[in-house]
Design a protein around this ligand. Structure first.
Ligand SMILES: NC(=O)C1=CN([C@@H]2O[C@H](COP(=O)(O)OP(=O)(O)OC[C@H]3O[C@@H](n4cnc5c(N)ncnc54)[C@H](O)[C@@H]3O)[C@@H](O)[C@H]2O)C=CC1
Ligand SMILES: N[C@@H](CC=O)C(=O)O
Ligand code: NA
Length: 436
């Protein structure tokens, strides 16, 4: 048998502790699968004395995690700290620069610095792997890099944030308040250290940018992801969507089109959408994630499973470690960095969509006429319209509508016409309807 693969782990929180537990529990099986032992030699985290429920006494401890990269007894560094910059990035640069393999669950860092890190990895013939960074335990990075590699992909889309999905599906089941459920998601270890990354859609955007790079051979362009989170979604919208035959899910989607200049353009967006109840993504509940990839020969592929949590995320981290133990290095984004194409973003106004719109308005005569006139003037055709009762005190009521399919820019024009209207007491909510 080959020499052991010696690894160091930085970050011993939810995921880091999960990795240690998995390496201990499945030791024999991992040795057989990897073809050699996987041996933890050193670890680093903020607090040495915290009780994590795992025995760290056999491993060397480094207070400064960057020191892991310089250790002679380390072949591979695993980063489970988080943060796009700061110590995680310093560790990545130091490790790859020293020719050590590097495994991370850090989507923020890969979305911002993945290309530069992949270049360093290539230059030093080291592996850079990040299966856990996208959709936790689901092998979707591998699925796109290897499983769909024979296809031109038409669309990649799905549910990429477990916290938002947990919140939306729990709101659906219990009618409970947003904040209460977010606290539960935090307690269960799904949420990011700063949960605004989850609820504002930024975490899903990080993951989408990574998948788009792999799936479409694009240079990662995180700044081009058009991102809307779930904070504006109310329990009333969920009930309304239900009555219309939909659920609400935060959907991340990327596809391409050819611009007038002949260049391939990339559209990446994260936004809450109405999902028809008979669509496979509608039954994805709780912290589960799901990714759909549509290949020109494979047809629609659905990857589904736990997108967050210690066990599933550790499973993805250790799968990457096994690949490296087997010397399956590969290009981080499927093809060498020089081959990744810079793809300018699509301006999506011409895209055709059916849309759900919700207005919170003052309950007085003429309000409905004002809204429908704006729709008419902008060329938006209304498929159905619901006004939710009368407010007893003449206060606020909810007006919801579903439009026929039309160009996205018409919705924007209608909202611009209503901008500043004294009838509207809250910003309108616009939710596209996911097409099959
Ligand atoms: N929790 C989850 O379900 C998932 C997390 N991830 C990613 O995995 C990474 C780790 O996440 P968690 O384990 O949830 O985080 P966590 O907050 O539970 O653990 C982070 C660890 O890093 C250490 N750390 C943080 N800042 C440090 C610093 N400046 N210096 C030294 N040590 C420091 C902490 O002491 C702790 O041990 C993040 O990149 C996260 O986005 C990815 C997929 C799922
Ligand atoms: N905060 C993330 C954790 C996994 O990536 C999520 O909720 O999906
Ligand atoms: Na994954």
């Amino acid at each position: 048998m080959d020499k052991p693969l010696r690894i160091a782990i930085a970050g011993l929180g939810t995921v880091g502790t999960g990795v240690i537990r998995l390496l201990e529990t499945n030791r024999d099986l991992l040795t057989a699968r990897a073809g050699r032992e996987i041996e933890v030699t050193a670890v680093s985290a903020r607090d040495r004395n915290r009780n994590r429920g795992v025995d760290l006494s056999r491993y060397a401890w480094e207070d400064d995690m960057t020191a892991l990269a310089a250790r002679e007894d380390v072949d591979l560094v695993v980063e489970l700290v988080g943060g796009s910059d700061g110590p995680a990035l310093a560790l990545a640069r130091a490790s790859l620069g020293a020719g050590k393999h590097f495994v991370t669950a850090n989507k923020a860092m890969i979305a911002h610095h993945g290309i530069a890190l992949a270049k360093t990895a290539e230059a030093h013939e080291a592996a850079l792997k990040f299966e856990a960074a996208v959709a936790g335990g689901i092998p979707v990075v591998k699925g796109l890099r290897e499983g769909t590699s024979a296809n031109a992909l038409e669309r990649i889309y799905g549910i990429l944030n477990g916290t938002c999905n947990y919140i939306l599906s729990k709101m659906e089941d219990t009618g409970a308040d947003f904040g209460e459920i977010l606290a539960e998601a935090q307690a269960k270890g799904f949420a990011e250290a700063d949960p605004t990354f989850d609820i504002q859609g930024i975490d899903a955007a990080h993951k989408l940018a990574i998948l788009a790079a792999i799936g479409f051979g694009a240079r990662i362009d995180f700044d081009a992801v058009r991102t809307t989170g779930i904070t504006q979604v109310k329990a009333a919208d969920i009930a309304q969507a239900d009555a219309l035959g939909f659920v609400i899910r935060l959907i991340a989607m990327a596809d391409t089109e050819t611009g007038e200049d002949g260049r391939t353009r990339l559209l990446q967006r994260v936004r809450p959408c109405l999902v028809p109840k008979d669509h496979p993504l509608a039954s994805v509940d709780g912290p589960t994630n799901a990714v759909v990839a549509e290949g020109n020969f494979s047809g629609r592929l659905l990857f589904q499973g736990a997108g967050a949590g210690d066990g599933p995320t550790a499973s993805a981290v250790v799968a990457d470690i096994i690949d490296i133990a087997r010397e399956e290095i590969g290009a981080p984004f499927s093809i060498p960095v020089a081959g990744l194409e810079p793809m300018p973003p699509v301006e999506p106004g011409h895209r055709m969509e059916r849309t759900y719109l919700r207005f919170t308005v003052t309950d007085r005569p003429g309000v409905l006429a004002e809204i429908t006139a704006a729709m008419r003037d902008a060329g938006v055709s209304i498929e159905s319209l619901i006004q939710k009762g009368r407010a007893d005190d003449g206060g606020e009521v909810l007006v919801a509508m579903v439009t026929h399919e039309g160009p996205e820019r018409c919705i924007k024009e209608a909202l611009d016409l209503l901008d500043g209207s004294e009838s509207l007491t809250d910003a309108p909510l616009v939710l596209p309807i996911l097409r099959d």
